[in-house]
Write a protein that binds this ligand. Structure first.
Ligand code: PLP
Length: 432
């Protein structure tokens, strides 16, 4: 049966259940599957006619290797992987994979829904509540909260940086209620992440509350994100040109999931790690030196991450071999100014309306294809443009329709709990 090791390698391997419920390993490492092997070639011959849930079942059954009985796994997939992920053709060499058709209109719905169902499954025989802690730079919080909404025996705490998420994102985070509490932190996203980490390493707290995480550090979020790379390939159809996929990166969970899919045999030639000016990884790819900076605020705020946690997983996947990492990943960093131009250009050239994050992925792909023609490129559109109205509307010169789920969030009243970035304050809230 499959087990999971910590990237810090200070602990024994654990089961899928423990990896999912612990979130972060006790040595502060991130969990990774002990074995990631190629799926049999036959699968890639018949993938072209399969649906996303069918692909998800085959991929997860292969990767998880009986860690969950097949019938139970199938049920989890069938209730969580019901989101569409259409591949849209912009030109002969450029496609966009739309990942924003879930309930909170970002790609994070895929990971959050699968993780919520997996936790519900593993928590089914417990007496005490399970508390989910999630730091969010924008979209994680609402996706996680939505995924867990009304799941019995689970309480959710969302930490977000005050004043650093968009109006609509904040509404989505703070209007859910029931088993979900929004904590508005006077600090940055990195502060929120650090608070979550401190809570997990607080033995006293962990004795009183069963805690687990729900950021992209949880392996249960990562695994389902690999499914849609396979589904993109299936929709592209048989092709002989090398396939490159451009991923807008913040915490690097999405890209890591893409690397997992490649390790499972998906024929993707190369990934493009497209960041905003928070460029720790593109700088690493250039210099071999990982020198994270404090995060800086941009218009693609879900990617404002100074020190991406999943970088540890990427290093680990490649045994820290820079040459091998460079072979698979091309890095690029994009300014707000360039991103805005890209939104206008996409509208003008392709009649496509992108959000700031997708626009960054587009520029990464465009830059790459100018240097290396003859590739089939896919860029990931990770959020619905209406989530970023303030940025997108002036650039395209038209009003965007607001999807129903956003309309209903906007009409509700914000409810949040304000705390500063001092850990004792967070702890007091938990213990009260
Ligand atoms: C979270 C997020 C990203 C960054 O994804 P990571 O997995 O953290 O790299 C990109 N775009 C949007 C819209 C997001 O919400």
């Amino acid at each position: 049966m499959l087990s999971f090791y910590s990237t810090k390698k200070q602990i024994e391997n654990v089961s899928l259940k423990d990896a999912v419920l612990q979130g972060l390993a006790v040595d502060s490492g991130l969990f990774m599957p002990s074995k990631i092997s190629s799926i049999e070639p036959l699968f890639f011959d018949r993938i072209f006619s399969l649906s996303l849930p069918e692909i998800a079942f085959i991929v997860s059954k292969h990767l998880l290797n009986n860690a969950i009985p097949a019938d139970d796994l199938k049920k989890i997939i069938d209730v969580s992987m019901t989101i569409d992920a259409p591949l849209i053709k912009l030109s002969e060499e450029m496609y966009v994979l739309e990942l924003f058709h879930g309930p909170t209109l970002s790609f994070k719905d895929f990971g959050a829904r699968f993780m919520a169902r997996l936790m519900e499954y593993f928590n089914r025989n417990e007496n005490n509540d399970l508390h989910i802690l999630a730091a969010t730079s924008g979209d994680t919080g609402s996706a996680v909260a939505h995924g867990f909404f009304n799941i019995p025996g689970i309480k959710v705490w969302i930490l977000y940086p005050k004043g650093q998420v968009s109006y609509i994102q904040e509404k989505q985070l703070t209007t859910i209620g029931h088993n979900v509490t929004a904590l508005e932190v006077d600090g940055t996203f990195d502060d929120c992440q650090s608070l979550v980490k401190q809570a997990f390493s607080d033995r006293e707290l962990c004795k009183k509350m069963r805690l687990t995480s729900a950021n992209s550090i949880n392996i249960a979020r990562l695994i389902p994100q690999s499914f849609y790379y396979f589904f993109a390939y299936a929709q592209l159809g048989k092709c002989t040109d090398p396939i490159v996929v451009s991923v807008p990166c913040g915490n690097f969970g999405n890209l890591t999931a893409g690397l997992l899919s490649k390790k499972m045999g998906l024929p993707i030639d190369r990934f493009i790690a497209a960041t905003n000016i928070n460029d720790s990884v593109p700088r690493y790819l250039r210099t071999g030196n990982f020198d994270p900076h404090i995060s800086r605020k941009t218009l693609s705020n879900a990617m404002d991450v100074g020190n991406p946690s999943n970088f540890a997983r990427i290093l680990d996947l490649y045994n820290e071999d820079l040459k091998k990492i460079q072979k698979d990943i091309y890095g690029i960093s994009i300014t707000d100014f360039q991103m805005k131009d890209a939104i206008s250009e996409l509208r003008r050239k392709y009649q496509y309306i992108a959000d700031p994050h997708g626009a960054i992925a587009y520029l990464g792909l465009k830059d790459y294809q100018q240097r290396r023609p003859k590739s089939k490129g896919i860029f990931l559109e990770t959020a619905h443009p209406a989530k970023f109205l303030e940025t997108v509307e002036p650039l395209i010169g038209e009003k965007l329709d607001m999807p129903e789920s956003l309309k209903s969030a906007v009409t509700k009243n914000k409810e949040s709990f304000q705390i500063n970035s001092n850990y004792n304050e967070l702890k007091a809230v938990f213990l009260s």
